[in-house]
Write a protein that binds this ligand. Structure first.
Ligand code: SF4
Ligand code: SF4
Length: 187
């Protein structure tokens, strides 16, 4: 676990996370239940309960540049285990969005991967793994990463060559549109 150098704290950051997540962060009393049930703790720099404390202290830079907000699997085990009914997963989700919006993304390539994934879902209504990989590799210049896995996956039909367009992609496109409109109203 990493040591934290605390700064003065950013009260605006605390308010923003509370507003966007709809959660009252001061209700967290650091029982640690969320961290105990988190299946991704092994990959985090700070356990999720520590992230909650850092947000309470307004440590914007540390939180938004942490690996934890990007490695979270959104499984919601933390929300389920919280004795104070805090939607902890929602808080992590908001931090991930803020990290992306404000250019803090703490995991190399995370922003590029997220953008490529969202573009694929916007176009086809679901992700097209081969196209997603191609866009990600081109933009991140990580051309040879995991390339040895591709032949086996192609042979097993796990990487369809052509995208599958779902029937409800207009509805999916509507979600992206409403999100963009909502963000436009908040600016
Ligand atoms: S939602 Fe994220 S932080 Fe919460 S338990 Fe799942 S992986 Fe951990
Ligand atoms: S389970 Fe809830 S109260 Fe306990 S540390 Fe996590 S967020 Fe805070």
């Amino acid at each position: 676990m990493e040591c934290v150098q605390l700064d003065r704290g950013d009260a605006g950051f605390i308010r923003l996370v509370e507003e966007e997540s709809g959660q009252k962060l001061s209700r967290c009393y650091q029982c640690g239940n969320c961290s105990a049930g988190c299946p991704m703790s092994f990959a985090y720099d700070y356990p999720v309960s520590r992230i909650m404390r850092l947000i309470q202290l307004g440590q914007k830079k540390t939180v938004l540049s942490s690996r934890a907000v990007w490695m979270c699997a959104s499984c919601e085990a933390c929300s389920t285990h919280c004795p104070n009914d805090i939607e902890v997963a929602r808080v992590l989700d908001v931090c991930r969005h803020l990290s992306r919006r404000e250019g803090y993304a703490g995991v190399r390539g995370a922003r590029i991967f997220t953008d490529a994934f969202l573009q694929s879902v916007r176009w086809y209504g679901r992700s097209h793994e081969l196209g997603l990989m191609a866009v990600y590799k081109m933009r991140s210049l990580r051309l040879l990463d995991d390339v040895e896995l591709a032949p086996g996956m192609l042979l097993k039909g796990k990487l369809p060559l052509l995208p599958h367009r779902i029937k409800g992609r207009d509805e999916v496109a509507g979600i992206f549109r409403r999100y963009a409109e909502g963000r436009g109203r908040k600016k």
